[in-house]
Write a protein that binds this ligand. Structure first.
Ligand code: HEM
Length: 830
């Protein structure tokens, strides 16, 4: 039925008859459909139509699943005259894609995508060009943050924008497709173009809308007919629409490339496009012609990343929210786990391991949503004998991912939404082999790590802020899970309500938890943190060393514990000491301890503006803007590396002026190559030395003063809203429970027995939580490159006449701890 409907949608009956006649003639002169002995079995094809009568073109994956029950896990089917081998079930798909990765690893582009991509790019290409583009895209997307921490804050920031949009609907029902697409698209855009876009920027929104519509069109029955019978092309209106969208996005991309080219700085690539243009330029300059870095590959690869990076993840998220609305009890469980484990603080990727139920729900959403049901068509790169069947080189192969994700031998309840598929008896998360929504093998999804991070952060943040329900008048049962037709499976059009879950309801929720209930009841006693008795006017000033307040506070913490009160004159201050306490306050209770308390002098100077000394919405906006823009200008990215290396050169020049060594000898010896950030992983000892320097130097010993944003009960103590709080970072970096030799310079703190670098939780020189240093990634990169470059070129020694022991490590007084005034020799290395 689907087939004939598709015909009737697209043709007049006269042209249809004419076309059928042509097909009959072609069939008669061909030996179509003749089966070889060892061909995989399959239903007998009809002339011209092949097996189209057995396939519902609106849901071909579903028909193939049914056919696999009859013909087994490797079978042949004819889409018109096109012979296709279908692989079904986890074991078979895995065996083909993973164990015979090369043989089954080529792509068979559908005709409509061959027309537009012409064998370029990464999705629909093959051979050396595909290999080079895939490698280049992977390397560069990783450099621009894919799967890394750098991306985490970008995604979290984008969640904030999305939340603002959702809030505007004030709990009323709306279609979430567009805002979700824009938010997700911005993540790939910032990696590809180097910037995000506003949701009301018509250039951006039209590009996303067109991409989304194209994916839907590419899976429509009439375009499938075109893929099988190209002769009908000009009669198919959806094909024309698809090509129109493709051309419009192509034009827009060409315009964007032009603009990026105008401002291109090879030392500072903003994103994938810059990196590509620089590579292209370098190859041209060195006279290498005939390479893969040409405009067509740029255009197709960017388009592929843009489409694949937007549609898939946004669709999965919409399925997730719809499933939450349909199964409110599961949503309850997710939100209970969220409030118990992270409360209202900002989520981090690291939290995933402590949120097994939520993780299971995301995995189960991906499994059931099954958004790429037949993967993308593969092709055999050579003759293969597989499970006793012969498959000729060049045969189209569909790895039927539906049959893996719904495999009855692998899943207990393959057709239900059952998060327990991913939980063991103790409620711990368990991986499942047959979880294969990203496919596997050579053509496995290139954006898997990015998608996984996005799904987690977006999903958690949305569920922290909203409760999702069906539109008024629609029951949970009415929510229809039948997917819309398309190349990827979207939910059918629907609206949901995103009802803001107020902080109050979160807190109320929390009081049900025994630990929290304990806190709430102790609040009634208003037990303030202990501390030394203050004198009138002076407070505890006599106890606080004038120069090294942080050391006095360390001493006081030994007496009064990890949360204590101290009076700076008449100003009451609560001090937090030790890794566990500081982390609990700044990370787990980020909101309550996240305000800045201005020092009077800073308040006078800054007027409460800017990002360090401000609070409220102004701070939020400035921090977000500064972070986005510093990142756009390279912070924490490869783009920054070149800039820092350049600066090292200037510094090295200054240093060498003080020595009488010959410049020429210097450059010859250091002529070895320049360090790169990537080298860090191969320099564990250097890395440990840098970390240990930061730990021991402890340059921000009391962080900057915080302030409670509301009344807080913390570790049994009551702290009033507006109280100044000092997270005593010294007490974290020198915590005797955390460090083996807290007061010595001991790089081994960061090395395991094999000499490999190990992270330490109590390494917190940048502080943590809401007010964590905004420039952490930049600083870490600078420290590494400066330090390594200087040590590559110089040996540092005390000034003549000063012994190593004479070098005094007592820091200078100041807001940050500087080394005391001293001179060193920078002796150029051989
Ligand atoms: C939930 C999200 C996603 C899902 C379920 C998904 C799934 C898939 C699947 C099934 C394939 C086809 C694999 C095959 O042919 O065997 C694929 C390919 C691909 N995906 Fe994804 N994907 C997702 C997100 C992303 C993102 C965010 C990006 C952006 C970088 C991306 C980029 C690609 C590319 C470039 C390919 C083609 C790889 C090649 O042919 O070598 N995907 N994806």
């Amino acid at each position: 039925m689907g087939l004939f409907n598709a015909f009737l949608q697209s043709y007049s009956s006269v042209s249809l008859l004419g076309a059928l006649l042509v097909l009959v003639l072609i069939y008669l002169v061909s030996n179509f459909g003749s089966q070889e002995d060892k061909d995989p079995p399959g239903p007998r094809p009809l002339p011209l139509l092949g097996n189209l009568l057995q396939v519902d073109l609106k849901r071909p994956y579903y028909s193939l699943l049914k056919l696999s029950k009859k013909y087994g896990s490797v079978f042949t089917i004819y889409f018109g005259s096109k012979k296709v081998v279908v692989l079904a079930g986890y074991k078979t798909v895995k065996e083909a894609l993973v164990h015979h990765a090369d043989e089954f690893g080529d792509r068979d582009p559908m005709l409509i995508l061959q027309d537009t991509n012409e064998g370029h790019g990464v999705l629909w290409s093959n051979g050396d060009s595909w290999k080079e583009m895939r490698r280049f895209a992977l390397t560069n997307l990783r450099d621009f943050g894919m799967g890394k921490r750098a991306n985490e804050s970008k995604i979290i920031e984008e969640c904030d924008y999305l939340i603002d949009v959702f809030k505007k609907f004030k709990g009323k029902a709306f279609d979430m497709t567009q805002p979700m697409n824009y938010a997700v698209s911005n993540i790939i855009c910032s990696m590809v173009y180097g910037s995000r876009f506003e949701y009301d920027d018509p250039e951006f929104t039209s590009m996303v809308d067109r991409a989304n519509k194209s994916v839907q069109l590419a899976g429509s029955p009439s375009i499938q007919i075109y893929n099988m019978y190209p002769w009908f092309g000009k009669f198919i209106s959806k094909r024309k629409e698809f090509l129109r969208f493709y051309d419009a996005n192509k034009k827009q991309n060409i315009e964007m490339f032009k603009n990026l080219k105008k401002t291109l700085n090879p030392q500072m690539c903003r994103g994938f496009v810059d990196a590509f243009l620089v590579r292209k330029q370098n190859l041209e300059e060195s006279g290498v012609s005939n390479n893969h870095y040409h405009d067509n590959n740029l255009l197709s690869t960017v388009n592929n990343l843009f489409v694949a990076g937007t549609d898939t993840t946004a669709t999965t998220l919409r399925w997730g929210l719809m499933l939450m609305a349909k199964y409110p009890k599961i949503q309850d469980q997710v939100q209970e786990e969220l409030s118990r484990v992270i409360g209202s603080r900002q989520v981090q990727v690291e939290d995933r391991k402590n949120l097994p139920f939520l993780d299971a729900v995301i995995h189960e959403t991906q499994r059931l949503a099954n958004i790429v049901p037949m993967a993308l068509p593969h092709k055999t790169s050579q003759d293969v004998t597989f499970q006793g069947h012969f498959i000729k080189k060049g045969t189209t192969v569909y790895p039927l991912l539906t049959s893996v994700l719904y495999d009855e031998n692998e899943w207990e309840k393959p057709h239900s939404f059952h998060p327990a598929h991913f939980l063991d008896k103790e409620g711990k998360f368990v991986k499942r082999d047959a979880f294969m929504p990203f496919s596997a093998g050579r053509r496995v999804c290139l954006g898997e790590s990015l998608a996984r991070m996005e799904l987690f952060l977006f999903f958690v943040t949305l569920l922290q802020h909203f409760r999702f329900t069906p539109a008024p008048g629609v029951s949970e049962d009415d929510l229809d899970l039948t997917p819309r037709v398309g190349l990827t499976l979207n939910p059918s059009p629907h609206e949901l309500c995103a009802v803001p879950s107020s902080r109050l309801s979160l807190s109320l929720h929390l009081t049900h938890h025994p630990l929290m209930a304990q806190c709430f009841s102790s609040q009634q006693h208003r037990k303030e943190p202990p501390g030394p008795r203050p004198l009138p006017l002076l407070g505890n000033l006599l106890l606080l060393g004038r120069k090294r307040t942080y050391l006095s506070l360390m001493m006081l913490s030994k007496e009064y514990g990890s949360v204590f009160t101290v009076y700076f004159g008449h100003k009451k201050v609560v001090v937090l000491a030790g890794y566990k306490t500081v982390k609990e306050a700044l990370v787990n209770r980020a909101e309550e301890f996240g305000e800045r308390d201005s020092m009077f002098i800073m308040q006078e100077a800054s007027g409460g503006h800017g990002v360090v000394w401000s609070n409220g919405d102004a701070w939020k906006e400035m921090r977000r803007f500064a972070l986005t823009n510093l990142r756009d200008y390279g912070m924490g990215k490869k783009a920054c590396e070149g800039k820092i290396i350049e600066e090292c050169e200037y510094l090295a020049e200054v240093f060498t002026k003080f020595k009488d060594q010959v410049q020429e000898e210097l450059s010859r010896v250091i002529g070895s190559r320049q360090v790169q950030v990537e080298d860090r992983k191969n320099l564990p000892f250097t890395d440990a030395v840098i970390h240990e320097t930061q730990r021991l130097a402890n340059i921000a010993p009391m962080a900057l003063p915080h302030k409670t944003s509301q009344d807080v009960t913390f570790q049994g103590h009551f702290i009033k809203k507006g109280t100044t709080v000092y997270p005593l970072l010294t007490s974290v970096l020198y915590d005797e429970n955390e460090w083996e030799k807290p007061h010595s310079f001991h790089p081994a703190h960061f090395l395991n027995k094999e000499g490999k670098f190990v992270k330490r939780d109590a390494f917190m020189p940048f502080s943590a939580g809401r007010r964590v240093c905004l420039g952490e990634s930049l600083a870490r990169m600078e420290l590494f490159i400066f330090f390594v470059t200087l040590l590559q070129r110089f040996r540092f020694t005390p000034a003549p006449g000063v012994s190593e022991d004479d070098l005094d490590l007592t820091p200078c007084v100041g807001l940050g701890l500087n080394p005391p005034v001293h001179k060193l020799c920078a002796v150029p290395c051989m």
